[in-house]
Design a protein around this ligand. Structure first.
Ligand SMILES: *Cc1c(COP(=O)(O)O)cnc(C)c1O
Length: 372
């Protein structure tokens, strides 16, 4: 008898998350020099660690023999000041991924469901499946969320509806007014999770005040992360903002020391570094235009993105998708992007906006890959 057969069938049915290819792995597999590789595959901040975060980490090293503050007091205090929410309304996670998992653990179980969009972030189906709950996938509209269809898809068994805004891997945005209307119309007994991993990249004209909606909507959970604009992806730290009653539930399923000392210290420092965030946004906007111009020159179509990445369509050949082939050809030139066939987007590749030189390298490699 194989012990694995005693794992619930819904666990055995999970298709593991496919991360972006690490630089070290490509170097190993293709015999390339790590320093020559350009990775634009995981929506990381190309500026690297901010000096202030680095200083905070170095200072915190001496404390690594101690357990971290399981209550994350300093980080919650900093978030509370910045966003004007009480500390009881904040849950801190090992990446915002952890918060999404906590939401699933707190509200999903066999016999229940969650609702999310086609092409939505892969963690929603994973977190749902891991609890034996059913995922209700709502067809996308022009690659983006269709809020009306999502509301209509909510069944009596549905306990969570997930919306990534902007969404990954499409970059599509539900504008603030439409999103607020969605939250207002969602049943009060369904947790509405707005996953705002890329929120800080939104230009002023697209920004909206989801945190301000929390007071009116006790079933709303807003998640944010230090992995993207704050450039701390490797440390794993994110947070959720919600009604204190929801926060209390999430804290019950949270691991006691889920966020480590270095991550907590770096996050506090990063949160106060408005200049770094502003610079990151400037670099992103310039890089986004650079990529769009490059795609235009190659007569490629892309999905307009509000994040720090773009999904570009690779034309088919003989009725067959070529994105996978182009992905391989890019790898051979030392450029890592992200295939998104697993998101029902077999003709697209997702590329993270990099530094000018990195974008140039990518565009040159892409030109090459398409020409050959
Ligand atoms: C990157 C990303 C996250 C954040 O993941 P972390 O666990 O915070 O690193 C969450 N949601 C979406 C849509 C993302 O793209």
């Amino acid at each position: 008898m194989d012990i694995c057969e005693f794992s619930p069938s819904y666990v055995r049915a999970i298709a593991p998350y496919q991360p972006g290819k690490p630089i070290s792995e490509l170097a190993r597999e293709y015999g390339l020099d790590e320093r020559s590789i350009v990775k634009l595959a995981s929506n990381e901040n190309p500026l690297g660690l901010s000096p202030r975060a680095r200083t905070a980490i170095e200072r915190e090293l001496a404390e690594l023999s101690r357990y971290p503050d399981g209550n994350a007091f300093d980080l919650k205090a900093a978030l509370s000041r910045k966003y004007g929410v009480p500390m009881e309304a904040i849950v801190v996670g090992n990446g915002s991924n952890d918060i999404l998992e906590m939401a699933a653990a707190a509200f999903l179980a066999p016999g229940r469901s969650s609702v999310y969009s086609q092409h939505a972030f892969a963690v929603y189906p994973l977190a749902t499946q891991a609890r034996g709950a059913k995922g209700i996938v709502v067809p996308a509209k022009d690659f983006g969320h269709d809020p009306d269809a999502m509301l209509a898809a909510i069944t009596p068994e549905a306990r969570i509806v997930f919306i990534a805004n902007p969404n990954n891997p499409t970059g599509t945005l539900v504008q603030g007014a439409a999103l607020e209307a969605f939250v207002a119309r969602a049943p009060r007994d369904v947790l509405v999770v707005i996953d705002e991993a890329y929120n800080e990249y939104l230009p002023p004209e697209l920004s909206y005040d989801s945190i301000g909606w929390l007071a009116k909507h006790p079933n709303l959970l807003v998640t944010r992360t230090f992995s993207k604009v704050y450039a701390l992806a490797g440390l794993r730290v994110g947070y959720g903002l919600c009604d204190p009653k929801i926060a209390d539930l999430l804290n019950r399923v949270r691991q006691p020391f889920n966020v480590n000392n270095l991550a907590l210290a770096a996050a506090v420092a990063a949160l106060g570094d408005a200049e770094f965030v502003a610079r990151s946004c400037r670099v992103n906007r310039a890089g986004m235009s650079q990529l769009e111009n490059g795609f235009r020159a190659l007569a490629l179509e892309w999905i307009a993105s509000a994040g720090n990445f773009l999904s570009v369509r690779i034309p088919q050949s003989g009725g067959k998708p070529q994105a996978g082939i182009v992905f391989e050809k890019l790898l051979r030139q030392g450029v890592i992007v992200r295939p998104v066939a697993g998101y029902q987007m077999p003709d697209h590749l997702r590329v993270t906006v990099g530094l000018r030189e990195e974008n140039d390298r990518f565009l040159a490699a892409l030109t090459n890959a398409l020409g050959a």
